[in-house]
Write a protein of this length. Structure first.
Length: 468
């Protein structure tokens, strides 16, 4: 791969998951990769101002984990040996979702449980060690530089504690996260604005570390509880993370924010659809204060639909699409997007050797296809709440019925649960749900759902035991 390298310099705006993974992939195609990150140099795996969500529970789905392992061979083994939990989604997740507990079985679908700050720190260490990469902290990008005719991006303007600087490059990648200012930079340069899709949720996360009670014997590594829309709006997670701790996150929609104080936090946990999270944490010892993060909405910006778009500029990560975090897809989408950027560069070099012409559009179009499935899955579920503000489309009611029925079925059918996890973990596309044996089981169950109430056809009450 290295011998094919022919581009000079690429600038990556933002040194979080999308920026770091993007930089790793770009190091195969550029002589020099410069990451400009607004935050000061971190001293260790600590929460940063630019990534406030880093203090809350973050799961990395199977597809994302495999991309990371491909980009950084041995990373997962190293993290497991240093205290991250390796978990099998079918066996080790106690997951109550939308009114029923998932069936449990050995799935071969892997998840790593650790704090987001530590995962990012590990990835950062690997990326910073690459000879092509230069990671510059305390550099806040303020705008793009284009050629006089505004046909292509030539570089960036940025601020450091010492003053203002400019830097030129063959390609600029925006990975500035949800707060990225790329849309307004493009508008100020006369390109217009990207179309925006938004589902307003007013979701709040409140998280706290606990030491598990000494004699607690749960047969799970992660417990998750999702509300059944539209009647319920509260949920929570417990994840076993490095250091033998539990990271407990509670969440509520539409302004129903989980409180930060001891009593309020426990009472909120007690009010969840099932008592299991409350029962696990009531005797656990809090290790930290609780912290809150608010997520106004899920949001997607359609850069691929813009009539005018500059050459030599691409965007990835939350700067394009910030998903509802409860579905745990964001970092996996960053990984898959970085991988896609690498594949697109390989194809592009073959089709248009030695030029960036056409790369931006080619990548943003492919990225929008990749994003369409996680976006559709999450927003469809969220639009079940009448309070969720956003574009509703014909056939949504039927989709809600189909998703809801499938989810109920996953509590009693290993086949349905397996296929659902394959899609959710982004290992397979939606076609995995169209297998004839699953369709037959779905049709029979769907018919049953018209006559048999939920508690008599789904596992609504008892957490199934993990298989040995
Ligand atoms: C509460 C919460 C829980 C979540 N849980 C999960 C989960 O369980 N699993 C999962 O996969 N995802 C989860 N996510 C989503 C995940 O955090 C994001 O998808 C992911 O962090 C996106 O990475 P990013 O690099 O695109 O953006 P960010 O992580 O937001 O990082 C953007 C970076 O760019 C820098 N930056 C911004 N502007 C500039 C500038 N002008 N100049 C220089 N630097 C700049 C910032 O300082 C920051 O470092 C969660 C999100 C939230 C809010």
């Amino acid at each position: 791969m290295r011998s094919e390298k022919r581009f000079g310099r690429v600038i990556v705006i933002g040194g979080s998951m999308a920026g770091l993974l993007g930089a790793r992939v770009l190091s195969d195609h550029f002589e020099q990769v410069i990451i400009l990150e607004r935050d000061p140099e971190p001293n260790g795996p600590e929460a940063r101002k630019g990534v406030p969500q880093g203090r809350h529970a973050h799961g990395l789905l199977d597809a994302g984990l495999h991309v990371l392992e491909t980009l950084f061979p041995g990373l997962m083994r190293e993290m497991y040996s240093e205290g991250a939990e390796r978990m099998d989604m079918g066996r080790d997740a106690a997951w109550y979702t939308a009114g029923s507990w998932k069936t449990r079985y050995i799935s071969g679908i892997e998840l790593i449980l650790c704090t987001r700050t530590w995962l990012e720190w590990k990835v950062r260490g690997r990326v910073a060690a690459l000879p092509q990469v230069e990671l510059r902290s305390s550099c806040a990008v303020e705008g793009l530089i284009t050629d006089p005719a505004h046909t292509r991006v030539m570089g960036v303007r940025f601020k450091t504690p010492e003053g203002e600087e400019t830097l030129m490059a063959d390609l600029v990648v925006d990975a500035g996260g949800r707060g990225s200012r790329a849309a307004s930079w493009l508008e100020a340069l006369g390109y217009g604005k990207p179309e925006e899709e938004e589902i307003r949720l007013r979701l709040a996360y409140t998280s706290r570390f606990f030491e598990p009670p000494p004699n607690y014997r749960g047969d799970w590594k992660m417990m998750a509880m999702f509300p059944r829309a539209p009647e319920q709006s509260r949920g929570g997670f417990i994840a076993r993370v490095e250091g033998g701790r539990w990271l407990v996150t509670l969440h509520g929609y539409f302004g129903d924010d989980p409180p930060r104080d001891d009593k309020g936090f426990l009472e909120f946990a007690r009010s969840l659809p099932q008592p299991d999270i409350y029962e696990a944490i009531r005797d656990a010892k809090p290790l930290t204060e609780a912290v809150v993060h608010k997520i106004p909405s899920s949001r997607m910006l359609h850069y691929e639909r813009m009539e005018n778009f500059p050459e030599a500029f691409v965007l990835l990560g939350d700067s394009v699409c910030a998903l509802n975090p409860v579905y745990g897809q964001g970092m996996t989408v960053c990984s898959l997007s970085a991988q896609l950027l690498g594949q697109t560069l390989v194809e592009h070099k073959r089709a248009s050797p030695g030029t960036m012409q056409g790369l931006s559009r080619r990548f943003q179009r492919k990225l929008s296809q990749l994003l369409s499935i996680p976006w559709m899955m999450g927003t469809t579920m969220d639009l079940k709440y009448p309070q969720a503000q956003g574009q509703r489309f014909p056939g949504l009611g039927l989709l809600h019925w189909a998703f809801g029925t499938l989810i109920d079925l996953t509590s009693v059918s290993t086949l349905a649960c397996r296929q659902f996890y394959e899609v959710m973990h982004m290992r397979r596309g939606m076609a995995a749900l169209l297998r004839p044996d699953l369709l037959a089981a779905f049709a029979a169950y769907g018919l049953k759902s018209l006559f048999v109430p939920l508690p008599r056809r789904a596992n609504v009450d008892t957490l199934p035991r993990a298989p040995a």
